[in-house]
Design a protein around this ligand. Sequence first.
Ligand SMILES: Cc1cc2nc3c(=O)[nH]c(=O)nc-3n(C[C@H](O)[C@H](O)[C@H](O)COP(=O)(O)OP(=O)(O)OC[C@H]3O[C@@H](n4cnc5c(N)ncnc54)[C@H](O)[C@@H]3O)c2cc1C
Ligand SMILES: C[S@@+](CC[C@H](N)C(=O)[O-])C[C@H]1O[C@@H](n2cnc3c(N)ncnc32)[C@H](O)[C@@H]1O
Length: 578
Amino acid sequence: MGEPVSQVFNDRYFYKNEGLEESSYVYLIGNKLKDRWGQLNENEIFSIGELGFGTGLNFLNTLKLWKENKKAGTKLNYVSIEKFPLTKEDIKKSLSNYPSLKNEIDLLILKYPKLIRGFHRINFEKEDISLTLIFQDIDQSLYDLEGSMSLFDAWFLDGFSPKENNEMWTDDVFKNIAKLSHSETTASSFSVASNVKDSLKRNNFNFFRSDGFKNKRHMLEAVSTNSIKKLSNKKKEIAVIGAGISGACLANSLAKRGHKITVFEKEESSNNIPCFVGHPNLSHANTPYSRYLLQSFLFSTNYYLRNCNSSWNRTGVLVLEGFGSLSERLRKISKTLKDKELFREVDNNSFPELDFLKKDLKGFFFSDSGWLHTEKAIKQLLSHKNIRLINEEVLSLISNEPKFKKIATFKNEYIFDEICLCNSYDAKKILGIQGVNKKRGQVTEVSNLDLNLNQPICGKGYITPFDNSRLLIGSTYSEGQSEEIIEEDNKENLELIKEMFNLNLSAVNSYVGFRSTTKDHLPLLGEKEGFYLNLGHGSKGSISSPFCAEILCDVIDGCPIPTDKEVFLSLDPDRFNS
Ligand SMILES: Cc1cc2nc3c(=O)[nH]c(=O)nc-3n(C[C@H](O)[C@H](O)[C@H](O)COP(=O)(O)OP(=O)(O)OC[C@H]3O[C@@H](n4cnc5c(N)ncnc54)[C@H](O)[C@@H]3O)c2cc1C
Ligand SMILES: C[S@@+](CC[C@H](N)C(=O)[O-])C[C@H]1O[C@@H](n2cnc3c(N)ncnc32)[C@H](O)[C@@H]1O
């Protein structure tokens, strides 16, 4: 207890009783964090990259120092790479000797992600910290971080000793760190091994050996000689066009970062589908698409829990086996996951209250998911004090001024620092956008036959509770353009449910909506012609919108993004314009 040792590397994470002090000495003081944070301008963002998250001791120590010294308006990004993530239990056990970090440990444990390979973004909003944990190998992670094109202010070089853990200290590692550094970036390490010093030197870092912690003779401190200057941050006036779920999430996330947001919405009242199911449409293959689906799902389910308490219903979602290829994909995923928390396999005995389920039912239960009351969620997200809503249709955009961008509605002209288009397929009317199509869909509200249904069930179609004891089934998917209710579509929805459960339901109401889809099922996200695009969310806007908002906020703020380089490139808003 209190001196965790890695079985893989046969090395200590830190020395018993001295870990915290050494962490402060080598990393916090070694990078002069307190002084540098004191000199940050209002709105400035400070980014730390750590090689080896381990028990999280360095992070928690940094978090504590940050809380004690943070200047108003500043923000900390902490990105940490870890190939062998510890469980929550191991972290708690390892840090049990540090009662002074109790609050910080509790906070981390509360938000610690599932042990799933890849990127995980955790926001500590009250503390103005965003933590990005990258659970994968160092080389892949540093490559992936290039996707952000954002530079770090300080590096904590904290692999196990180079003798035991050579891959954390290779020349390629330092080459990549150098690419991610600016002219004032610093680095520090407990190791003074000659290959570490040589690599630092070869890769544009001046270093010096300073006195080591306690009885250690030396440690390393380094400063980048890169000529690239750090970009300054400022709070901006930003327009968001469209108050659907993608615009609402983006407006809220930008507002929380201190930007002043104006949302333009052409409709006076919501014509949304009344509820969105957090359908976990995941895939097992290690492709940008499947990583995007998984990262969106993990981020968004957490996001709604924190930000939409009155509209997010974390009921879990049941996915039935035997309809389409999803269950096959989920089975393959479950083989690759160490952590079984993402979903569990279930049968009809798991839901004794649902007597309409077939006796031989098999399925998967995603306990973190649920359904979203669309209108309430959008209202709640737009209620931030930094957001104003203008009910006007945006007719045109002008970006020919280098310093500002202009929006014209039929009533007025408005000037902004940035403009974000979250207006789905209608964006085509105001910007040359290719590859986005409009697909009609209809959902059917059915009579509630006391089914005792507490959570959405998805198979070929889906049935979900919403708004107290109402039930919704869906949904159709067609090329049609009619905004009117089509009776044939209701029949189609009722047939889907009959096929799944042999339930005879009758329609009591219907809702029509239009999705904006793309050929590769990925949204258009990022900068195009001086504007930011966030559209093409297809049939899963509730799952993709919070995650896409987070990525776009980072792009606008020049911060490390919460996804890997290939995922980011696959979202390129210009990819269909050739
Ligand atoms: C039948 C059906 C069922 C669905 N079920 C689910 C589900 O269960 N789960 C799920 O995750 N997703 C579901 N979806 C998909 C979901 O509806 C979309 O992914 C989501 O709405 C996309 O959100 P958005 O904000 O990008 O676009 P939208 O919701 O279309 O919002 C765009 C907004 O922009 C406004 N606008 C357009 N042009 C302008 C302009 N020039 N100026 C000002 N405002 C403008 C529009 O009025 C609109 O309010 C369903 C879709 C359909 C059709
Ligand atoms: C000394 S420990 C880090 C201690 C940590 N900073 C803390 O505060 O507890 C080194 C970490 O590097 C991780 N590691 C080792 N090889 C790695 C690799 N190739 N890629 C990513 N992480 C690796 C180990 O799993 C271990 O957690």
